[in-house]
Design a protein around this ligand. Structure first.
Ligand code: MLT
Ligand code: MN
Ligand code: ZN
Length: 317
C-alpha cells in the first residue's frame, strides 16, 4: 500500500479481520530528546521549532485489546502530555483510569523517566525483566511509585503473559546495550539478555511486534517477526554516522545500540524479504531526515513499504 503522507495524527486501519478492538497508539514517535530537542539546533529541530515540521514527543506506545483497558509500553519523559492528548486514556472516575499496566523494554531514560509522572498513588502493574527491575530498584527515586499500589512484576523472556485484558504479550531479547548511565569502560553494543527486549503482542488472532531499540536483525529475530500483521521498529537513525556528520555527537548508531534504516546493513534492507503486514518506524532521532515529509529519504522509506510513525497515530494490527 502507499502510505499516506500526512503531517497530522491519523488512523491506519488493518486489512481484513481486525482483532476485536486490538489497537495500538503511538504516544510518542521520537527517540530520546524528542523533536525539537531542547539543546539542538540541527535542521530538523530548527524547522520543528518554526512549525515547519511536526514536533514529536519521546518514545512510547499504548495498546489495548478491547478499547477499555490499556497498557503503556515505555514511559517517556513526555508521558504526562502524551496521556493528556489521548482521550481513550482519560480518567473515567475520580481516581479511575483505563491504564492497567506499564511495560518497559529497557532502562533507558527515555523509557523509564515517565514512571515518575505516574506517582500519584494510582494502582497499576509495572512489567519488566528481572534485570530491568534491578536497575529501577537501584534508583531510590523510583520508590516514588509506592509499592503498596504499584505492583512490580518480573516477566521472563519468551514466556507469554497477560499484559491487559485480552492481550497476551511475550518479551524476547534483542541485541542491545545497557542504559547510557550504566555504561562502563567496555560496552557490549549487541548484548543479548534482559537489558533490551522486544515485545510480541497477540489479540484476536492478530500479532504485532514492538521493538523500539535494536542493534541488529539476527536470523532468530527475523524468523520471529516473519508473518506478523504489524511491526513497530527502531528508526533512530537513517545512516549510522548521521550524528557525527551533522556535528551533533561523536557516536555512531551502532555504538548506541541502534541499527540504521538505510544501506545494505540497514533495517529497510534487512526486513525487505520478510512478510509483514505493516512496518512502522518509531523511536526516531531528531537528526533523522525521514522526519521531513518532503525529504528523499522519506520517499525512499515509504517506497520500501515503511510508515513513518507520528504522535497520535493509531494502528489496528
Ligand atoms: C538510546 O535509545 O540510545 C538511549 O535512549 C540514549 C539515551 O539514554 O540518551
Ligand atoms: Mn532511546
Ligand atoms: Zn536536532
Amino acid at each position: 500500500m502507499a502510505p499516506p503522507k500526512t503531517r497530522a495524527a491519523f488512523s491506519t486501519e488493518g486489512h481484513g479481520r481486525a482483532g476485536m478492538g486490538f489497537r495500538t497508539r503511538i504516544l510518542g514517535a521520537a527517540a530520546g530528546g524528542g523533536l525539537p530537542q531542547w539543546n539542538c539546533g540541527c535542521g530538523n529541530c530548527r524547522r520543528a521549532r518554526a512549525g515547519e515540521l511536526p514536533s514529536l514527543t519521546q518514545s512510547s506506545l499504548a495498546v489495548t485489546a478491547d478499547g477499555k483497558e490499556w497498557a503503556v509500553l515505555n514511559a517517556s519523559p513526555d508521558l504526562r502530555v502524551q496521556l493528556a492528548a489521548c482521550p481513550a486514556l482519560a480518567p473515567t472516575g475520580p481516581r479511575e483510569v483505563p491504564l492497567a499496566s506499564v511495560l518497559v523494554t529497557n532502562g533507558d531514560i527515555d523509557h523509564v523517566a515517565g514512571l515518575l509522572s505516574l506517582r500519584e498513588m494510582q494502582p497499576f502493574t509495572l512489567f519488566a525483566t528481572a534485570g530491568i527491575h534491578e536497575v529501577l530498584a537501584a534508583s531510590p527515586v523510583f520508590a516514588a511509585l509506592n509499592p503498596d499500589v504499584v505492583r512490580r512484576e518480573s516477566v521472563a523472556l519468551d514466556v507469554p503473559f497477560d499484559l491487559v485484558a485480552g492481550l497476551r504479550a511475550t518479551i524476547f531479547a534483542v541485541p542491545g546495550k545497557v542504559p547510557l548511565y550504566l555504561e562502563g569502560d567496555v560496552v557490549e553494543t549487541q548484548a543479548i539478555g534482559e537489558q533490551t527486549v522486544g515485545v510480541r503482542l497477540d489479540a484476536g488472532g492478530r500479532t504485532a511486534f514492538y521493538i523500539p531499540g535494536c542493534a541488529a536483525l539476527t536470523t532468530d529475530l527475523a524468523a520471529r517477526v516473519d508473518g506478523a500483521d504489524l511491526l513497530l521498529f527502531d528508526g533512530t537513525l537513517w545512516t549510522d554516522d548521521e550524528m557525527i556528520r551533522l556535528g551533533l555527537g561523536r557516536k555512531t548508531g551502532a555504538r548506541m545500540g541502534h541499527m540504521a534504516m538505510s544501506g545494505p546493513d540497514g533495517s529497510i534492507a534487512a526486513f525487505a524479504p520478510l512478510r509483514i503486514g505493516r512496518k512502522v518506524f518509531v523511536h526516531m532521532n531528531n537528526s533523522n531526515p525521514v522526519l521531513d515529509p518532503d525529504s528523499p529519504e522519506r520517499t525512499e522509506a515509504e517506497a520500501a513499504g515503511w510508515i513513518i510513525g507520528q504522535d497520535g497515530m493509531e494502528i489496528t494490527p
